[in-house]
Design a protein around this ligand. Structure first.
Ligand code: 13P
Ligand code: SF4
Length: 396
Protein backbone atom coordinates (compact mmCIF):
# COMPACT_ATOMS: atom_id res chain seq x y z
CA UNK A 1 0.00 0.00 0.00
CA UNK A 2 1.30 3.47 -0.81
CA UNK A 3 1.76 5.65 2.19
CA UNK A 4 3.69 8.69 3.17
CA UNK A 5 4.28 7.97 6.82
CA UNK A 6 5.46 11.43 7.68
CA UNK A 7 4.46 14.73 6.22
CA UNK A 8 6.82 17.66 6.85
CA UNK A 9 6.17 20.32 9.42
CA UNK A 10 5.50 23.68 7.74
CA UNK A 11 8.61 25.72 6.99
CA UNK A 12 9.24 28.40 9.62
CA UNK A 13 10.28 30.83 6.88
CA UNK A 14 7.29 32.61 5.39
CA UNK A 15 7.35 32.74 1.60
CA UNK A 16 7.22 36.16 0.02
CA UNK A 17 3.74 36.91 -1.29
CA UNK A 18 3.29 36.04 -4.95
CA UNK A 19 5.09 38.57 -7.09
CA UNK A 20 5.84 40.98 -4.28
CA UNK A 21 8.79 41.98 -2.15
CA UNK A 22 12.52 42.00 -2.82
CA UNK A 23 15.55 39.94 -1.92
CA UNK A 24 18.63 42.07 -2.46
CA UNK A 25 21.02 39.33 -1.24
CA UNK A 26 20.01 36.93 -3.97
CA UNK A 27 21.13 36.35 -7.56
CA UNK A 28 17.50 36.45 -8.59
CA UNK A 29 14.78 39.04 -8.88
CA UNK A 30 11.44 38.93 -7.13
CA UNK A 31 9.04 41.46 -8.59
CA UNK A 32 6.44 40.12 -10.97
CA UNK A 33 5.80 42.81 -13.58
CA UNK A 34 2.31 41.68 -14.55
CA UNK A 35 -1.08 40.93 -13.07
CA UNK A 36 -1.10 37.35 -11.84
CA UNK A 37 -4.37 35.45 -11.95
CA UNK A 38 -5.60 34.66 -8.46
CA UNK A 39 -4.64 31.21 -7.22
CA UNK A 40 -8.33 30.64 -6.46
CA UNK A 41 -9.38 31.04 -10.12
CA UNK A 42 -11.16 27.73 -10.91
CA UNK A 43 -10.27 28.14 -14.62
CA UNK A 44 -6.50 28.11 -14.16
CA UNK A 45 -5.99 24.64 -15.63
CA UNK A 46 -8.17 25.43 -18.65
CA UNK A 47 -6.46 28.79 -19.13
CA UNK A 48 -3.03 27.15 -19.07
CA UNK A 49 -4.19 24.48 -21.53
CA UNK A 50 -5.66 27.11 -23.90
CA UNK A 51 -2.52 29.27 -23.81
CA UNK A 52 -0.35 26.18 -24.27
CA UNK A 53 -2.40 25.10 -27.30
CA UNK A 54 -2.28 28.60 -28.78
CA UNK A 55 1.52 28.60 -28.57
CA UNK A 56 1.86 25.15 -30.14
CA UNK A 57 5.38 24.32 -31.35
CA UNK A 58 6.53 27.86 -30.66
CA UNK A 59 6.91 26.93 -26.99
CA UNK A 60 8.67 24.07 -25.25
CA UNK A 61 8.06 23.61 -21.53
CA UNK A 62 10.75 22.03 -19.37
CA UNK A 63 9.84 20.81 -15.86
CA UNK A 64 12.31 19.90 -13.14
CA UNK A 65 11.33 16.91 -11.00
CA UNK A 66 10.87 19.13 -7.93
CA UNK A 67 8.07 21.12 -9.52
CA UNK A 68 4.51 20.91 -8.24
CA UNK A 69 2.11 18.50 -10.00
CA UNK A 70 -0.05 21.44 -11.09
CA UNK A 71 2.94 22.63 -13.13
CA UNK A 72 4.46 19.28 -14.14
CA UNK A 73 1.23 18.34 -15.95
CA UNK A 74 2.09 21.00 -18.56
CA UNK A 75 5.74 20.02 -19.05
CA UNK A 76 6.76 18.67 -22.47
CA UNK A 77 9.76 17.06 -20.80
CA UNK A 78 10.56 16.43 -17.16
CA UNK A 79 14.06 15.72 -15.93
CA UNK A 80 16.98 16.38 -13.66
CA UNK A 81 19.16 19.37 -14.36
CA UNK A 82 21.43 17.39 -16.72
CA UNK A 83 18.57 16.08 -18.85
CA UNK A 84 16.88 19.49 -18.94
CA UNK A 85 20.13 21.15 -20.11
CA UNK A 86 20.37 18.55 -22.89
CA UNK A 87 16.71 19.08 -23.80
CA UNK A 88 17.08 22.86 -23.93
CA UNK A 89 19.94 22.40 -26.38
CA UNK A 90 18.06 19.76 -28.40
CA UNK A 91 14.94 21.79 -29.27
CA UNK A 92 16.00 24.59 -31.63
CA UNK A 93 12.51 24.67 -33.20
CA UNK A 94 10.99 26.30 -30.12
CA UNK A 95 10.96 30.09 -30.06
CA UNK A 96 10.24 30.06 -26.31
CA UNK A 97 11.71 27.73 -23.71
CA UNK A 98 9.49 28.03 -20.64
CA UNK A 99 11.66 26.79 -17.79
CA UNK A 100 9.75 25.43 -14.82
CA UNK A 101 12.73 25.08 -12.53
CA UNK A 102 15.06 27.59 -10.94
CA UNK A 103 17.06 30.58 -12.13
CA UNK A 104 20.43 28.86 -12.67
CA UNK A 105 18.77 26.20 -14.84
CA UNK A 106 17.09 28.87 -16.98
CA UNK A 107 20.43 30.70 -17.35
CA UNK A 108 22.05 27.47 -18.54
CA UNK A 109 19.20 26.95 -20.99
CA UNK A 110 19.74 30.45 -22.37
CA UNK A 111 23.46 29.74 -22.80
CA UNK A 112 22.81 26.42 -24.55
CA UNK A 113 20.02 27.58 -26.88
CA UNK A 114 20.31 29.46 -30.17
CA UNK A 115 20.05 33.25 -30.39
CA UNK A 116 16.52 33.13 -31.91
CA UNK A 117 15.24 31.33 -28.78
CA UNK A 118 14.08 33.09 -25.63
CA UNK A 119 14.07 31.47 -22.20
CA UNK A 120 11.31 32.41 -19.77
CA UNK A 121 11.25 31.71 -16.02
CA UNK A 122 7.61 32.07 -14.87
CA UNK A 123 8.64 33.54 -11.49
CA UNK A 124 11.92 35.42 -11.20
CA UNK A 125 12.00 34.59 -7.49
CA UNK A 126 12.66 30.94 -8.27
CA UNK A 127 16.32 30.94 -7.30
CA UNK A 128 18.47 28.46 -5.37
CA UNK A 129 19.84 29.06 -1.90
CA UNK A 130 22.91 26.97 -2.72
CA UNK A 131 23.69 29.04 -5.81
CA UNK A 132 23.42 32.13 -3.59
CA UNK A 133 26.23 30.77 -1.38
CA UNK A 134 28.88 31.65 -3.97
CA UNK A 135 29.18 34.97 -5.75
CA UNK A 136 31.69 35.76 -8.44
CA UNK A 137 33.67 38.26 -6.31
CA UNK A 138 34.16 35.60 -3.64
CA UNK A 139 35.22 33.06 -6.24
CA UNK A 140 37.75 35.48 -7.80
CA UNK A 141 39.13 36.13 -4.32
CA UNK A 142 39.38 32.38 -3.68
CA UNK A 143 41.37 31.99 -6.90
CA UNK A 144 43.72 34.75 -5.71
CA UNK A 145 44.23 32.70 -2.52
CA UNK A 146 45.14 29.66 -4.61
CA UNK A 147 47.59 31.84 -6.56
CA UNK A 148 49.07 33.07 -3.28
CA UNK A 149 49.51 29.45 -2.17
CA UNK A 150 51.18 28.67 -5.52
CA UNK A 151 48.59 26.07 -6.58
CA UNK A 152 46.30 27.87 -9.03
CA UNK A 153 48.26 26.49 -12.01
CA UNK A 154 47.59 22.88 -11.01
CA UNK A 155 43.96 23.41 -9.91
CA UNK A 156 40.97 22.75 -12.18
CA UNK A 157 37.61 24.28 -11.19
CA UNK A 158 34.59 21.98 -11.32
CA UNK A 159 31.35 23.86 -10.81
CA UNK A 160 28.03 22.30 -10.01
CA UNK A 161 25.20 23.34 -12.30
CA UNK A 162 23.63 25.03 -9.25
CA UNK A 163 25.63 28.23 -9.67
CA UNK A 164 25.39 31.61 -11.39
CA UNK A 165 26.32 32.01 -15.04
CA UNK A 166 29.18 34.28 -13.93
CA UNK A 167 30.75 31.42 -11.96
CA UNK A 168 30.23 29.03 -14.85
CA UNK A 169 32.07 31.56 -17.04
CA UNK A 170 34.89 31.77 -14.48
CA UNK A 171 35.10 27.98 -14.71
CA UNK A 172 35.33 28.08 -18.50
CA UNK A 173 38.04 30.76 -18.40
CA UNK A 174 40.12 28.71 -15.99
CA UNK A 175 40.02 25.45 -17.94
CA UNK A 176 37.28 23.81 -15.87
CA UNK A 177 33.94 22.13 -16.49
CA UNK A 178 30.41 22.08 -15.11
CA UNK A 179 28.90 19.00 -13.52
CA UNK A 180 25.46 17.95 -12.38
CA UNK A 181 24.53 15.40 -9.77
CA UNK A 182 24.25 12.87 -12.64
CA UNK A 183 27.79 13.22 -13.92
CA UNK A 184 29.91 14.60 -11.07
CA UNK A 185 32.08 11.46 -11.13
CA UNK A 186 32.92 11.85 -14.82
CA UNK A 187 33.62 15.59 -14.47
CA UNK A 188 35.83 15.09 -11.43
CA UNK A 189 37.73 12.25 -13.04
CA UNK A 190 38.29 14.42 -16.12
CA UNK A 191 39.52 17.31 -13.93
CA UNK A 192 42.02 15.14 -12.09
CA UNK A 193 43.41 14.03 -15.45
CA UNK A 194 43.91 17.71 -16.40
CA UNK A 195 45.46 18.90 -13.13
CA UNK A 196 46.48 17.81 -9.66
CA UNK A 197 43.75 19.50 -7.63
CA UNK A 198 40.10 20.45 -7.97
CA UNK A 199 38.31 23.54 -6.70
CA UNK A 200 34.73 22.24 -6.33
CA UNK A 201 31.98 24.89 -6.31
CA UNK A 202 29.58 25.50 -4.59
CA UNK A 203 28.29 22.27 -2.96
CA UNK A 204 30.78 20.79 -0.52
CA UNK A 205 28.66 17.66 -0.05
CA UNK A 206 28.44 16.69 -3.72
CA UNK A 207 32.17 17.35 -4.05
CA UNK A 208 33.12 15.28 -1.01
CA UNK A 209 30.71 12.44 -1.77
CA UNK A 210 31.97 12.14 -5.34
CA UNK A 211 35.67 12.40 -4.49
CA UNK A 212 35.60 9.95 -1.59
CA UNK A 213 32.92 7.48 -2.60
CA UNK A 214 33.30 7.41 -6.39
CA UNK A 215 36.98 8.22 -6.92
CA UNK A 216 38.51 6.63 -3.82
CA UNK A 217 40.08 9.77 -2.35
CA UNK A 218 40.27 10.04 1.44
CA UNK A 219 38.37 12.50 3.62
CA UNK A 220 41.79 13.88 4.56
CA UNK A 221 42.36 14.80 0.89
CA UNK A 222 39.48 17.30 1.15
CA UNK A 223 39.51 20.76 2.75
CA UNK A 224 36.60 23.18 3.05
CA UNK A 225 37.17 26.72 1.80
CA UNK A 226 35.07 29.27 3.72
CA UNK A 227 34.64 32.36 1.51
CA UNK A 228 33.98 34.53 4.55
CA UNK A 229 37.44 33.97 6.05
CA UNK A 230 40.90 35.04 4.86
CA UNK A 231 42.47 32.29 2.74
CA UNK A 232 39.21 30.39 3.19
CA UNK A 233 40.08 29.76 6.86
CA UNK A 234 42.95 27.52 5.75
CA UNK A 235 46.73 27.77 5.84
CA UNK A 236 48.77 27.79 2.64
CA UNK A 237 50.15 24.38 3.66
CA UNK A 238 46.62 22.96 4.01
CA UNK A 239 45.71 24.25 0.55
CA UNK A 240 48.93 22.79 -0.88
CA UNK A 241 48.30 19.37 0.69
CA UNK A 242 44.64 19.04 -0.38
CA UNK A 243 43.46 17.38 -3.58
CA UNK A 244 39.87 18.61 -3.24
CA UNK A 245 39.20 22.20 -2.22
CA UNK A 246 35.48 22.22 -1.42
CA UNK A 247 33.54 25.48 -1.39
CA UNK A 248 31.58 25.92 1.84
CA UNK A 249 28.12 25.72 0.30
CA UNK A 250 25.23 23.33 0.71
CA UNK A 251 21.58 22.76 -0.19
CA UNK A 252 19.23 24.02 2.49
CA UNK A 253 16.81 21.16 1.73
CA UNK A 254 19.15 18.16 1.44
CA UNK A 255 21.57 19.43 4.09
CA UNK A 256 18.91 18.80 6.73
CA UNK A 257 18.77 15.02 6.38
CA UNK A 258 20.83 13.41 9.16
CA UNK A 259 22.36 9.97 9.78
CA UNK A 260 19.83 9.62 12.63
CA UNK A 261 17.00 9.87 10.06
CA UNK A 262 18.39 6.80 8.30
CA UNK A 263 18.62 4.85 11.57
CA UNK A 264 15.07 5.90 12.52
CA UNK A 265 13.48 4.89 9.24
CA UNK A 266 15.24 1.53 9.26
CA UNK A 267 13.68 0.92 12.69
CA UNK A 268 10.23 2.16 11.62
CA UNK A 269 9.90 0.46 8.22
CA UNK A 270 11.07 -3.14 8.08
CA UNK A 271 13.14 -3.97 4.99
CA UNK A 272 13.22 -0.35 3.82
CA UNK A 273 15.89 0.72 1.35
CA UNK A 274 17.21 4.23 1.71
CA UNK A 275 17.80 6.27 -1.48
CA UNK A 276 19.22 9.77 -1.25
CA UNK A 277 20.43 12.63 -3.42
CA UNK A 278 24.22 13.27 -3.39
CA UNK A 279 23.65 16.79 -2.03
CA UNK A 280 23.07 15.08 1.34
CA UNK A 281 25.84 15.08 3.92
CA UNK A 282 28.57 12.43 3.56
CA UNK A 283 27.46 10.69 6.78
CA UNK A 284 23.92 10.31 5.39
CA UNK A 285 25.07 9.09 1.99
CA UNK A 286 27.35 6.54 3.68
CA UNK A 287 24.36 5.01 5.45
CA UNK A 288 22.12 4.94 2.35
CA UNK A 289 21.59 1.97 0.02
CA UNK A 290 21.45 3.97 -3.22
CA UNK A 291 22.67 7.47 -4.06
CA UNK A 292 21.70 9.37 -7.18
CA UNK A 293 20.33 12.38 -8.97
CA UNK A 294 16.59 12.94 -9.17
CA UNK A 295 16.49 11.11 -12.50
CA UNK A 296 18.31 8.14 -11.00
CA UNK A 297 16.05 8.04 -7.93
CA UNK A 298 13.00 7.90 -10.22
CA UNK A 299 14.50 5.17 -12.43
CA UNK A 300 15.57 3.04 -9.46
CA UNK A 301 12.13 3.08 -7.88
CA UNK A 302 10.42 2.52 -11.25
CA UNK A 303 12.47 -0.66 -11.71
CA UNK A 304 11.90 -1.98 -8.18
CA UNK A 305 9.50 -4.91 -7.70
CA UNK A 306 6.03 -4.49 -6.18
CA UNK A 307 6.16 -4.65 -2.40
CA UNK A 308 9.48 -2.78 -2.17
CA UNK A 309 9.86 -0.16 0.54
CA UNK A 310 11.83 3.04 0.04
CA UNK A 311 12.77 5.97 2.24
CA UNK A 312 13.63 8.82 -0.10
CA UNK A 313 15.97 11.66 0.86
CA UNK A 314 15.16 14.41 -1.60
CA UNK A 315 12.63 17.18 -2.18
CA UNK A 316 9.06 16.51 -1.11
CA UNK A 317 7.19 17.20 -4.37
CA UNK A 318 9.18 14.43 -6.02
CA UNK A 319 8.73 12.01 -3.12
CA UNK A 320 4.97 12.57 -3.17
CA UNK A 321 4.83 11.99 -6.91
CA UNK A 322 6.83 8.78 -6.55
CA UNK A 323 4.36 7.59 -3.93
CA UNK A 324 1.42 8.39 -6.24
CA UNK A 325 3.05 6.74 -9.25
CA UNK A 326 3.98 3.52 -7.44
CA UNK A 327 0.95 2.48 -5.38
CA UNK A 328 2.33 -1.07 -5.22
CA UNK A 329 5.36 0.11 -3.20
CA UNK A 330 5.75 1.78 0.18
CA UNK A 331 7.41 5.15 -0.35
CA UNK A 332 8.18 7.23 2.72
CA UNK A 333 9.92 10.52 3.24
CA UNK A 334 13.30 10.20 4.95
CA UNK A 335 12.60 12.94 7.50
CA UNK A 336 9.45 14.75 8.52
CA UNK A 337 11.20 18.06 9.27
CA UNK A 338 12.57 18.54 5.75
CA UNK A 339 10.26 20.49 3.49
CA UNK A 340 9.70 21.57 -0.09
CA UNK A 341 12.37 23.55 -1.89
CA UNK A 342 10.66 26.90 -1.34
CA UNK A 343 12.27 28.53 -4.37
CA UNK A 344 11.36 25.67 -6.75
CA UNK A 345 7.83 26.01 -5.39
CA UNK A 346 7.66 29.63 -6.48
CA UNK A 347 6.65 28.36 -9.90
CA UNK A 348 2.95 27.65 -9.51
CA UNK A 349 -0.07 27.55 -11.78
CA UNK A 350 -0.84 31.30 -11.56
CA UNK A 351 2.72 32.13 -12.69
CA UNK A 352 2.63 29.53 -15.44
CA UNK A 353 -0.74 30.80 -16.72
CA UNK A 354 0.53 34.38 -16.62
CA UNK A 355 3.72 33.49 -18.52
CA UNK A 356 1.95 31.38 -21.17
CA UNK A 357 -0.89 33.86 -21.72
CA UNK A 358 1.62 36.71 -21.98
CA UNK A 359 3.67 34.80 -24.57
CA UNK A 360 0.54 33.88 -26.52
CA UNK A 361 -0.39 37.58 -26.55
CA UNK A 362 3.03 38.46 -27.98
CA UNK A 363 4.49 39.78 -24.73
CA UNK A 364 7.73 38.08 -23.63
CA UNK A 365 7.85 38.27 -19.83
CA UNK A 366 10.56 37.24 -17.35
CA UNK A 367 13.12 36.57 -20.05
CA UNK A 368 16.39 35.17 -18.71
CA UNK A 369 19.28 36.46 -20.77
CA UNK A 370 22.96 35.99 -20.07
CA UNK A 371 25.32 38.61 -21.52
CA UNK A 372 27.40 37.51 -24.51
CA UNK A 373 30.84 37.36 -22.85
CA UNK A 374 29.56 35.46 -19.81
CA UNK A 375 27.58 33.13 -22.06
CA UNK A 376 30.64 32.47 -24.26
CA UNK A 377 32.84 31.29 -21.37
CA UNK A 378 30.05 29.53 -19.51
CA UNK A 379 29.21 27.63 -22.68
CA UNK A 380 32.79 26.40 -22.91
CA UNK A 381 32.47 24.95 -19.41
CA UNK A 382 29.01 23.51 -20.15
CA UNK A 383 30.16 21.99 -23.45
CA UNK A 384 33.08 20.32 -21.66
CA UNK A 385 30.50 18.66 -19.43
CA UNK A 386 28.18 17.68 -22.27
CA UNK A 387 31.07 16.09 -24.20
CA UNK A 388 32.04 13.79 -21.31
CA UNK A 389 30.64 10.23 -21.25
CA UNK A 390 27.01 10.26 -20.06
CA UNK A 391 25.82 9.72 -16.50
CA UNK A 392 26.66 6.26 -15.20
CA UNK A 393 24.55 4.36 -12.72
CA UNK A 394 26.23 3.45 -9.45
CA UNK A 395 24.53 1.73 -6.57
CA UNK A 396 26.23 1.87 -3.24
P1 13P B 1 19.27 17.17 -10.04
O1 13P B 1 20.53 17.47 -10.81
O2 13P B 1 19.30 15.80 -9.46
O3 13P B 1 18.10 17.46 -10.84
O4 13P B 1 19.25 18.12 -8.79
C1 13P B 1 19.14 19.50 -8.93
C2 13P B 1 18.88 20.11 -7.65
O5 13P B 1 18.73 21.30 -7.53
C3 13P B 1 18.87 19.24 -6.50
O6 13P B 1 18.68 19.96 -5.38
FE1 SF4 C 1 18.82 24.65 -4.73
FE2 SF4 C 1 18.50 22.76 -2.89
FE3 SF4 C 1 16.38 23.84 -4.06
FE4 SF4 C 1 18.00 22.20 -5.42
S1 SF4 C 1 16.70 21.67 -3.68
S2 SF4 C 1 17.16 24.13 -6.16
S3 SF4 C 1 20.00 22.78 -4.53
S4 SF4 C 1 17.85 24.90 -2.72
Amino acid sequence: MTELLHEPKPTPLALLLLGQGADPDSERGVECPGALPPASDPDLVDRAARARAALGDRAFILGHHYQRNEVIQFADVTGDSFKLAQQAAANPQAEFIVFCGVHFMAESADILTASHQQVVLPDLAAGCSMADMADIAQVESCWASLEQAGIADVTVPITYMNSTAAIKAFTGRHGGAICTSSNARQSLQWALEQGQKVLFLPDQHLGRNTAVRDLGLGLADCVVYDPRRPLGGLTEAELQRATMILWKGHCSVHGRFSPGNVDDVRRRVPGVQVIVHPECQYEVVEKADVVGSTERIIATIAQAPAGSSWAVGTELNLVRRLAQDHPDQTIVYLDDTVCFCSTMNRIDLPHLVWALESLAAGNVVNRIQVDADTAHWARIALDRMLSLPGPAAKAD
